[in-house]
Write a protein that binds this ligand. Structure first.
Ligand SMILES: [Mn+2]
Length: 338
């Protein structure tokens, strides 16, 4: 397993499902040693095998890179756990198996979320600076959606929602899961890194969204307190919560406790009920202050571009928008640590 506590703050790449030689070369060309994968495209309807996970780790090290985090298992691995449905015990057994395999394969961090309703956007082609294309969210357009309604708003999710679920119910399901899975993570040496609900509004499509404010994150970290439990600090979501207010306070609070395992460094323009994703230098927050504060609290993880605007000539993974962002982050780190 990579000794992740001995590394400095640094920039990495990620948010892709499949390793290719081209992608590994691109990561190297950007000057990164670390990457993350988001729901890697691996065999398994209910769980992942050790040899498949080890294959990803070996592919990374053969290219002189570190696979630092796998972010999210497919929602079908734990949808019944999130919704408290019959069959959740079977899913728990499979999650135990997958996490033990992550540990054996040498993947140090499993990023996770607890939003059965998934990520929502109300548009994916909103023009930002110079006509670059970004996603955006307007709560007015989305707040009337009922459970099971067919819309184009729910993206990056496949969970079938059969009825309304209160926030308290989702919190109780979360507790049921963490009580059982966190000891497994401790034994396997795998860190669990919690991502906020995106967007962080109280409810969408009839499903309560728990991880949408500082208080609920503090409650989760206090209730399930372990060196193996911390945050995937999605700067974009934290910026969405209060239009950029409180982001530095959250970094100080959780960062000083060593609870920030890694960072999605992106930003949005506007408040939670009407925001547009944008380039890092035109959002609600001052990215210099963000990276300086991470340095001040002794953050030793990696920061990666998350969603980025689609620039002229970009493909679906937005290589150009991503390269612009990764260079920007690299320079911020150099500036605040020099
Ligand atoms: Mn994120």
């Amino acid at each position: 397993m990579i000794a992740i506590d001995t590394l400095p703050m640094r920039v990495g790449l990620g948010q892709f499902q499949e390793i290719t030689d081209q992608r590994l070369a691109y990561i190297k060309q950007c000057g990164c040693d670390d990457f993350q994968m988001n729901i890697p495209d691996l065999p398994g309807e209910e769980r992942w095998e050790c040899e498949d996970l080890a294959g990803l780790v070996e592919r990374a090290s053969a290219a002189g890179l570190r696979l630092m985090s796998i972010e999210n298992v497919p929602p079908r691995f734990y949808d019944k756990i999130m919704l408290g449905q019959q069959g959740r015990e079977q899913q728990l057994d499979n999650m135990v198996y997958t996490i033990q395999n992550l540990g054996k394969a040498g993947v140090p961090i499993l990023g996770y979320n607890f939003m059965p309703g998934g990520v929502w956007r109300t548009a994916n082609n909103t023009p930002v600076r110079g006509g670059a294309l970004a996603t955006s969210f307007n709560y007015e357009k989305a707040r009337h959606v009922r459970p099971g309604d067919r819309t184009n708003f729910g993206i990056w999710t496949t969970v079938q929602i059969d009825r309304e679920y209160s926030e308290e119910e989702i919190w109780n399901n979360y507790c049921w899961y963490l009580e059982r899975i966190l000891p497994v993570c401790e034994q396997a040496g795998v860190r669990l890194a919690l991502h906020p609900d995106d967007p962080p509004v109280p409810t969408l499509g009839g499903v309560g969204r728990v991880f949408r404010n500082f208080e609920n994150f503090r409650r989760a970290m206090d209730t399930f307190d372990s060196p193996m439990h911390g945050l995937n600090f999605c700067h974009g979501c934290w910026s969405e919560m209060r239009a950029g207010e409180g982001v530095l306070d959250a970094i100080r609070f959780f960062g000083k406790k060593g609870k920030i395992f890694y960072v999605h460094l992106r930003d949005v323009q506007g408040p939670v009920d009407d925001f547009v994703e944008c380039h890092l230098d035109e959002g609600n927050c001052d990215p210099v202050a963000t990276v300086r504060t991470l340095h001040e609290v002794g953050f030793q993880g990696f920061l990666l571009p998350d969603h980025v605007p689609q620039m002229q000539g970009d493909g679906s993974w937005c290589e150009r928008g991503r390269a612009w962002t990764v260079g920007y982050i690299k320079a911020l780190i150099a500036a605040v640590t020099s």
